[in-house]
Design a protein around this ligand. Structure first.
Ligand code: AMP
Length: 599
């Protein structure tokens, strides 16, 4: 490749030849967005023409958009559940995809309280890998010299399960980190991690975190970027350091490895890395024993140029805490993806979180967009909505994302609301607005209004024998504690003051609520410790009336006023907190069984 072409990318001068190719790929895709989308749909429809699902709609070999849109319906996960269940139960016929289903990816979105199961095919891994391969070439345009050091990334796998038909079911990142593409990735000076594969692939979250942190500390001078997938993961790592720095410093001082690391391959791998370094141990002890942890990341890893974590969407709640520990380091959100499909990347990865837009890569799947008007009535089956193509969305408008994938999802509602912020070449860029129907989220958990309502009902059953009921409630995702936790405000009607529910009974109500939550919540609570015990704050009688008065004073209509089921506006929080009469926490972890799958 000539020097000219190295200098020629409209995105900026590439750092190396490999980057030049990646940036050229982005140019090619984004310039020809409509043509790429036409081709992607044609490929998907030809590949899957003989699947049971597509045959049902009698496309008769047609692969064009008009026929596809007029014959194939827009669906939700629930609509596909019978097909997905059959695949999970072992039916290997081409139901959704002509290619064999290689595994299920377990989404953090839930259906009937269980993680959604997304069938995937082997070739999708290459598509995901392709998107990953574009991230560093873009980052290198903004941050020079990343080949001179390492990335400290806290990456984790989760336990795998099997469906009744024998297919593996695991989160998409667990699948990726276990893939040959990841495990045997060729050396790339721009993508060197401090964490060895053995540490990332250890399913025991304590051992994995401990060894990743240990390696990060040992290589502190070399670390140029620190990250995790989501903001909550990086904060968990900081919390872990707060709790375990003494043992880590001991290991570094003596060059030994904590006996709690029992995984043989992990022990073998880390033992080769850890060497006695009393000076480093003293430094860590000095920093970590200090009261003030503000800017701790920049103190321990002084060469860090940015923190890479997703802080758009539900994770925005962690920005102030990350800014505190990160000493103001830039927060970089690099990509937008899901278990169903990976979508796109941020072409300006150093932009402020509030200004982040993702460019949907047209080669990943066939996209459609359902115009979303927050004030319009819900979708009616009688008047099918008009969906817009990727090339036709309009700047400033909001849409719900609908995708058709190579793995066999057709016109599938992802549930994300996106807003068009502009275009790169002819490809739209989107701000992530929110996930539909999510009220509370701390980590990957997503609790909707109906789930919260059900949990309240189950918990309040414990109050019946005390002649007490919950008259009003609202909730708050408290991201200031690490790990974060759900806070539920209750206003109670106690009919018999002599026999009011005790502190212990209200603690049990917290646990009863947790038992009612979906499996992602319970797994985060039990296996990952990434969500703290649920808290109920009982407020004084009349508090919710005051809340209404406050809303009305700010212009809400009395007729249409509804109690918000989730709050995060500071004056409202202050009002609620000033009326708290008692505080209760879940006394135990809820039930969670990794083997359990109701599919
Ligand atoms: P999962 O179902 O567990 O694969 O989670 C995928 C969902 O996570 C997406 O549909 C989004 O709602 C959310 N998500 C993924 N990437 C981002 C991002 N960069 N910003 C905000 N939300 C995201």
């Amino acid at each position: 490749m000539s020097i000219d072409s190295l200098l020629s990318s409209p995105l900026g001068p590439p750092a190396c030849e490999k980057d030049a190719k990646a940036l050229q790929f982005i140019e090619d895709m984004t310039k020809n967005v409509d043509e790429v989308q036409r081709r992607v749909l044609e490929e998907i429809l030809s590949q899957n023409a003989d699947t049971e699902y597509l045959r049902k709609f009698q496309l008769n070999g047609a692969t064009d958009r008009d026929t596809f849109k007029s014959k194939v319906p827009v669906v939700t996960y629930e609509d596909l559940h019978p097909e997905i269940q059959r695949i999970a139960n072992g039916d290997r016929s081409p139901i959704l995809s002509a290619h064999p289903i290689s595994e299920f990816l377990t989404s953090s979105g839930t259906s009937a309280g269980e993680r959604k199961l997304m069938p995937t095919i082997r070739e999708e891994m290459d598509r995901r890998q392709k998107l990953y391969s574009l991230l560093m070439p873009v980052m290198n345009l903004y941050v020079p010299g990343l080949d001179k050091g390492k990335g400290l990334y806290f990456l984790f796998v989760k336990a795998e399960t099997k469906t009744p038909g024998g297919l593996v079911a695991r989160p998409v990142l667990t699948s990726y980190y276990n893939s040959e593409q990841f495990k045997t990735r060729p050396y790339d000076p721009y993508n060197v991690y401090t964490s060895p594969n053995e540490a990332i692939l250890c399913v025991d979250s304590f051992q994995s975190m401990y060894t990743q942190m240990l390696c990060g500390l040992l290589m502190r001078e070399e670390v140029l970027r620190v990250g995790a997938v989501f903001a909550s993961g990086l904060l968990r790592a900081i919390r872990f350091l707060q709790l375990h720095w003494k043992q880590l410093a001991d290991d570094i001082s003596t060059g030994t490895l904590n006996p709690k690391i029992t995984d043989p391959s992990l022990r073998e791998c880390i033992s080769k890395i850890v060497e006695p370094n009393p000076e480093l141990s003293e430094f860590i002890t000095g920093e970590c024993s200090a009261e003030n942890w503000e800017g701790i990341i920049t103190r321990i890893w002084p060469n860090t140029k940015y923190l890479e974590v997703i802080v758009t969407g539900a994770m925005a709640q962690y920005i102030p805490t990350l800014e505190y520990y990160g000493g103001g380091l830039p927060l970089s959100c690099t990509m937008y993806a899901s278990s169903e499909c990976y979508f796109g990347l941020n072409l300006k990865p150093m932009s402020k979180p509030s200004e982040v837009s993702y460019t949907c890569m047209p080669n990943m799947c066939y996209y459609e967009f359902l115009p979303h008007d927050p004030n319009a009535p819900a979708l009616s089956r009688d008047s099918p909505p008009r969906l817009v193509d990727l090339a036709d969305v309009e700047a400033g408008k909001q849409y719900e994302l609908i995708i058709t994938t190579y793995a066999g999802l057709c016109r599938y509602r992802v549930g994300d609301i996106l807003q068009v912020t502009g275009f790169y070449n002819s490809t739209p860029q989107f701000r992530f607005i929110r996930r539909k129907n999510v009220l509370l989220s701390i980590e990957s958990d997503k609790t909707d209004e109906a789930e919260l309502q059900k949990a309240i009902e189950n918990a309040s059953a414990l109050l019946r024998e005390f002649n007490t009921s919950v008259v009003e409630y609202t909730s708050y995702a408290d991201a200031k504690s690490i790990p974060g936790h759900y806070v539920i405000y209750w206003e109670l009607l106690v009919k018999d003051q002599e026999n009011s529910p005790s502190h212990e009974v209200l603690n049990q109500c917290c646990l009863a609520m947790e038992e009612s939550m979906n499996s992602v919540y319970r797994q985060s609570r039990v296996a990952d410790n990434s969500i703290g015990p649920l808290e109920i704050r009982v407020v004084k009688n009349g508090t919710f009336e005051e809340l209404m008065d406050y809303a009305i004073s700010r212009g809400a209509s009395i007729n249409q006023y509804k109690v918000p089921r989730c709050v995060n506006f500071t004056p409202i929080m202050e009002l609620l907190d000033s009326r708290v009469v008692s505080v209760h926490f879940s006394p135990a972890a809820p039930h969670w069984n990794p083997e359990q799958r109701r599919c």
